[in-house]
Design a protein around this ligand. Sequence first.
Ligand code: ATP
Ligand code: MG
Length: 417
Amino acid sequence: MSDRIRILIVDDIPETREHLTKLLGFEADMEVVGTAESGPEAIELARKLSPDVVLMDINMPGMDGIATSEELSTTVPSAAVIMMSVQGEADYLRRSMLAGAREFLVKPFSADELTTSIRKVHERALEKQSRAAERGETPARAAAHSPAQRGPEGVIVTIFSPKGGVGRSTIAVNLAVAAAREGRRVALVDGSLQFGDVGVLLNLDSRHRSIADLVPEIAAGEPESLETVLVRHDSGVDVLLAPPTPETAELITPAYMRAVLQRLRIDHDLVVVDTPPVLTDMTLAMLDVADRIVALLTLEITNIRNLRVFLEVAHDLGYDDSRLTLVLNRADSSLGIRVSDVERSIGRKVDHSIVSDGRSVVYALNRGVPFVISNPEAQVSQDLFRLARDLSSTLSHADEAEPAQRSAARRSIFAWR
Ligand SMILES: Nc1ncnc2c1ncn2[C@@H]1O[C@H](COP(=O)(O)OP(=O)(O)OP(=O)(O)O)[C@@H](O)[C@H]1O
Ligand SMILES: [Mg+2]
């Protein structure tokens, strides 16, 4: 491999191609290996030349930069695309990223911005290659669920309830932060992909990177750029946010989500996953890979009934009872239902209770600061710290179901209907 960065310039305006070629000619570590004036020509040249980086104009007659990048992401995936546009709107940026572009430059840009972007995407591509080479991994192997190879990897805890609004996001966020405060390396995944609340609860706005930025990699199956889209919260938790728009959620596949979670457990002691209150294939993927499923309920009759149905389904899916932790949220706010009634109805003991504390919880919510940080002494925070400690200490990989068993169960996921 040449040690210069090999660049292909794609733009329908001849002056732009010339200008960029001249500009890059001053850079000792870069080499313009070709120029193309249209999408089809770019694809042909990229196939022939295998450039490291493609500078792509977004607006071209006929096949535009987005369509060309999409095509390149499958035909010449090693070429990193930098999209150039006169418009810097979020929609352009999003569509470019979805098409596989790694960077986005708004014209006019300075020579410095251009060369910095080129070096950045090239460096990232090299890192990606060397990581893959070190692991000797193929995408299929990386995605495979293989506890035998996992060694001292972290545990995945998925928070689920069949009813909305029972506190899944609140518990997921505070559990993750509580564990981080106890010195654990923690990742938090907003698996409520369409209407995720984790960003709001942690005061991380939608300008941050999210799982949507990984969409270009989905076809390849391996979350290579995962580290680059994690957002480090002040608490130390690495957050994988949900896409900024609900329609993007559809582009994420359950298989890819599994691969993401498996990858996260390599570098983290604990991976906490928030979910939506529906049993889709996506949710099942998040439950399937979980070492521990926290089934959450509150003292409401509809809630209890649905949780009972879920536990039956969990049993049919082959989820071992030892993987389930039953957590009662707002345990002290019953209106006529006692914990013992719940336990009788469900046929199972409640493992943990969390008190109701509207003041701390809503105050924290509105400030975007988890209550385990803003009010660590409150009973509700203490309950979360206890849950974090118990989940960490009682988890061992020894009680895991065989992967084959799990996937067999998964194949028949809706068989109970
Ligand atoms: N222990 C608690 N004490 C008081 N209020 C709570 C408690 N837990 C959750 N809440 C409140 O309940 C509401 C729902 O919580 P949250 O959004 O975490 O639930 P969810 O299950 O994630 O909901 P969704 O179905 O919308 O994803 C929020 O207003 C939250 O502040
Ligand atoms: Mg939620």
